[in-house]
Structures are given as structure tokens and as C-alpha cells.
Write a protein that binds this ligand. Structure first.
Ligand SMILES: CC(C)(COP(=O)(O)OP(=O)(O)OC[C@H]1O[C@@H](n2cnc3c(N)ncnc32)[C@H](O)[C@@H]1OP(=O)(O)O)[C@@H](O)C(=O)NCCC(=O)NCCS
Length: 211
């Protein structure tokens, strides 16, 4: 997630999704409970220790598709939930989603949106063509089921076909979950940046070659 505020972006959007904010939260909690119940059941049957992750077969079924303007309220609402500790990212990501991103993908579970990835426009340097992951987020109740890695790998696949050679991102030093996740996906840290975010947190810059 990056830090530059490129406009005010005050849009007066409704915070109510298809099922209303409260209904959507309850629906996602039910999906997570059902997925975790199934994971526990299969662990009992196999008499093996329960594992949170069941890679390569995730504990839930979900689909991915390209992002569209209809995803805007969801992107804003999930960003508010997971990124507001770093700054007004509901506003910032809403604007990037509409104006700055070159592509996005959304994950869906039984028709409900559960995660997204937002990719910035390519920038060309002397030796490489980079793109930046502007944001990647999954509904907190569905972390650890392979949704984040599926979104990332879909984006990587498409970017490779576009000739993109490397991926860049920033994540907060204290966001251990995200740092662990990105390391597990092949990213390496190449610098740290003090007070990178609007609320003052330091960031790590991470990079991955797409070969
Ligand atoms: C980071 C994030 C997108 C990961 O999504 P996710 O769906 O939970 O991740 P996955 O289930 O695909 O995890 C894949 C791998 O990442 C690693 N991983 C995931 N969570 C981890 C953690 N807390 N610590 C260390 N590694 C972790 C694991 O190695 C896992 O592999 P495994 O399947 O073999 O166990 C999610 O935690 C999130 O939305 N966080 C809030 C938003 C955020 O901070 N985004 C990043 C900055 S843009």
C-alpha cells in the first residue's frame, strides 16, 4: 500500500453494500464459520493435527474476476476496515480504483466480494518495467484461506503477459501479517522508509522479479 494522496476524493458514497453494512458483515462471518467448520471436520476425519492453512487446497471455494466500477463501494469499505490505521485509505483507494489503477481483481465467495488487488500503472526505468501493487486486502474473517495469494498470482500472470518484469510494493514495518505474507510469495525487502504513511508508520519497500 502506498502513501501519496492524489486528491481530496470526497464523494459522499453510501457505505451500504448489497445487503447493507451489517448484513454483509454477518454474511461474511457465516461464510468464515462454515469454512472453518469444514476445515475442522476434515482434520478430525484424517486424525491429523488441525492446520490453519490447507494449501494447495484452500478451505473455501472462491472465484476471481477483473474489477469493475460496481466494486467501488466494496473497495472503499474494505480499505476503511483494514487500512484506516495508516491514513484515510478509504478515500485514497477509492480515487485510485477509479483513476489511477491499471488493473484490479476481485475475489468472490458465493457472490459476496471478499478481497481485491489494485495494481498501479507501469513505470519504465532504464533496465526494467515495474508496476506497483497499490493495495491487496482480504476480509479479515477470511484471512488464511489462500484468497490473498490467489489474487496476487492472478495479477502476476496477467502482468507477465504484458511484459512486466518486476513488482514493487510498500507495506508497514509493523504489519507483520503482510510482511510474512509477501515474503512467502517471493518478495524481498530492499529498503525501509521512515514515516511513510500519513499516520506516521514506517514502511518497507519490497520487490519481486517476475521471471
Ligand atoms: C496480507 C493479506 C492480503 C494476506 O491474505 P490471505 O488471504 O490471508 O493470505 P493467504 O491465505 O493467501 O496466505 C498465503 C501464504 O501467506 C503466508 N502468510 C499468510 N498470513 C501470514 C502471517 N500472518 N504470517 C506469516 N505468513 C503468513 C503463509 O505462508 C501462507 O502460505 P500457506 O498457505 O502455505 O500457509 C491479508 O492478511 C490482508 O488482507 N491483510 C490486511 C491488508 C494488508 O495489510 N494488505 C497488505 C498491504 S497492501
Amino acid at each position: 500500500m502506498v502513501h501519496i494522496i492524489k486528491g481530496q476524493g470526497e464523494r459522499g458514497l453510501s457505505n451500504r453494500g448489497r445487503f447493507g453494512k451489517y448484513g454483509e458483515i454477518k454474511r461474511l462471518e457465516r461464510l468464515a464459520l462454515s469454512a472453518r467448520g469444514k476445515a475442522q471436520h476434515s482434520a478430525l476425519l484424517s486424525a491429523e493435527p488441525a492446520r490453519k492453512r490447507r494449501s494447495p487446497t484452500p478451505g473455501i471455494n472462491f472465484k476471481l474476476r477483473a474489477g469493475s466500477p460496481g466494486d467501488r463501494v466494496f473497495v472503499r469499505s474494505l480499505s476503511q476496515k483494514v487500512f484506516s490505521v495508516y491514513g484515510p485509505y478509504d478515500e485514497i483507494l477509492d480515487q485510485w480504483f477509479v483513476e489511477e489503477a491499471c488493473m484490479s481483481f476481485v475475489a468472490l465467495k458465493k457472490g459476496a466480494r471478499i478481497g481485491f488487488i489494485l495494481i498501479g500503472n507501469p513505470s519504465v526505468s532504464a533496465s526494467d518495467m515495474d508496476v506497483e501493487i497499490l493495495a491487496l486486502a482480504v476480509e479479515p474473517v477470511l484471512h488464511g484461506f489462500g484468497v490473498g495469494s490467489a489474487l496476487l498470482s492472478r495479477a502476476e500472470k496477467v502482468l507477465k503477459t504484458m511484459g512486466i518484469r518486476s513488482l514493487l510494493l510498500h507495506t508497514a514495518v509493523d504489519n507483520l501479517q503482510a510482511v510474512g505474507f509477501f515474503k512467502s510469495q517471493g518478495f524481498i525487502t530492499f529498503e525501509s522508509r521512515a514515516a511513510f504513511y500519513p499516520r506516521g508508520q514506517d514502511a518497507l519497500s519490497m520487490k519481486k522479479n517476475l521471471n
